[in-house]
Design a protein around this ligand. Structure first.
Ligand code: IDP
Ligand code: MG
Length: 140
């Protein structure tokens, strides 16, 4: 039985603050497997694909600029219900109200920027995960 996969990104704020290990530790401590991992400097083309669903929203351009502002770490993690499970580990989008105990709730806060800086991305569905993994890990 092949287990579910998700795409996780440690965003530029997480890398700059030295939280890559912390994020990986939480994924591993929860019991998910790390299948692939790479550090990269994202360019506009890759981010336009990744964030296609947000094109036209007020935070879209700040989001792309933020995601290009420094290196990111892309991770494929796997395990039963990992998509839902990592979203639960990450906490809700707004770090001010993300529950304590979550990555965003423990490690991020509102910085007053146009785009909310919240340490991690996690795929939100099987379709998104398949699409996003192909963007960051072509034919994996
Ligand atoms: P998610 O990362 O929790 O899935 P999405 O709605 O997919 O949230 O948004 C993608 C990213 O865009 C968020 O993680 C956050 O960095 C940013 N973002 C989303 N909504 C807002 C907003 O209303 N204001 C500012 N930034 C936002
Ligand atoms: Mg999302």
């Amino acid at each position: 039985m092949s287990s579910e996969k998700t795409l996780i990104l440690v965003k530029p704020d997480g890398v700059a603050r030295g939280l890559v290990g912390e994020v990986i530790s939480r994924i591993e401590a929860k019991g998910y497997a790390i299948d692939a991992l790479r550090m990269l400097q994202a360019d506009r083309a890759i981010l336009e694909k990744h964030y296609a669903e947000h094109i036209g929203k007020p935070f879209y351009e700040p989001l792309v600029e933020f995601m290009m502002s420094g290196p990111i770490v892309a991770i494929v993690a796997s395990g039963n219900r990992v998509i839902e499970g990592f979203r639960s580990l990450a906490g809700v989008t707004d770090p001010t109200v993300a529950a304590p105990g979550t990555i965003r709730g423990d490690l991020a806060r509102d910085q007053g920027t146009k785009v909310v800086q919240n340490i991690v991305h996690g795929s939100d569905s099987i379709e998104s995960a398949t699409r996003e993994i192909e963007i960051f890990f072509p034919s994996k």
